[in-house]
Design a binder for this molecule. Structure first.
Ligand SMILES: *Cc1c(COP(=O)(O)O)cnc(C)c1O
Length: 231
């Protein structure tokens, strides 16, 4: 299917899920995940309204940054401290902060770039060995610690739920994320401005929105299956 048709389907599903959770379509950000996708196809999606793009590798943001003007970039994948310097002046939001050490480097490099960086705390809600993110019980303390750094503002939480052919099975994780989000929000820590809950991918974004996600990260659903072989 075409990118245009894919986006039309996704728009309808996000709208329906938003309504189910008492919100409107415009309350939800559709982040187009453009990893491995070539520039012409990304530009096609941008022309159709996808102006915020998610990448999981620093190198890929750097390679695409000048080629695709007029968009905002989000770093959604694991970030190594030694690569923070390359993107501190380029990205709008880092979704994947899971250690104080990484936060310290982001704060330092953001100060050098003359800005404050908005970040999300990545939570490994299902406790999967293979996934990054802090344990749910450690998220609150990390949020508070990150908020104490000079050039970071914590804007919410992010999770990558397990892949499950039955997306309904992830509802419990999304619900727990929302509860954690509200708990941390209620603490009113300095520089912890809980606004965003980044959860839901191609397979499970409808359930995520129903449970309170306000950022969904969708790649395959927009661009089709990724072809790692040719890239
Ligand atoms: C690749 C990726 C996505 C998008 O996955 P799809 O299943 O293609 O929608 C979302 N979030 C993260 C962190 C990713 O790495």
């Amino acid at each position: 299917m075409s990118i245009a048709q894919n986006l039309k389907d996704i728009e309808e599903k996000i709208t329906a899920a938003a309504v189910k959770s008492g919100r409107k379509r415009e309350d939800i950000l559709l982040l187009a995940v453009s990893k491995t996708i070539d520039i012409p196809r990304i530009k096609e999606a941008v022309a159709l309204g996808c102006t915020e793009l998610g990448e999981n590798r620093v190198q890929e943001i750097m390679a695409k940054y000048d080629e695709i003007p007029g968009v905002q970039w989000h770093l959604i994948g694991h970030l190594q401290t030694n690569k923070v310097k390359y993107i501190a002046d380029k990205v709008k939001l880092i979704h994947s902060v899971d250690s104080l050490k990484l936060g310290e480097e982001i704060s330092r490099r953001s100060a050098q770039a003359g800005r404050v960086m908005d970040v999300l705390v990545e939570v490994n809600m299902a406790g999967e060995e293979s996934k990054h993110g802090v344990r749910p019980e450690d998220a609150q303390e990390l949020a508070a610690q990150l908020g104490s750094l000079p050039d970071i503002c914590v804007k919410g939480l992010m999770t990558v739920a397990p892949y499950d052919p039955v997306p309904e099975n992830n509802r419990k994780y999304f619900r727990q994320m929302k509860e954690l989000f509200e708990t941390i929000k209620s603490k009113n820590y300095a520089n912890v401005d809980m606004q965003h809950l980044s959860m839901g991918m191609t397979n499970d974004y409808e359930v995520a929105v129903e449970e309170g996600a306000d950022i969904v990260r969708i790649g395959t659903g927009i661009f089709g299956a990724r072809d790692y072989g040719n890239k």
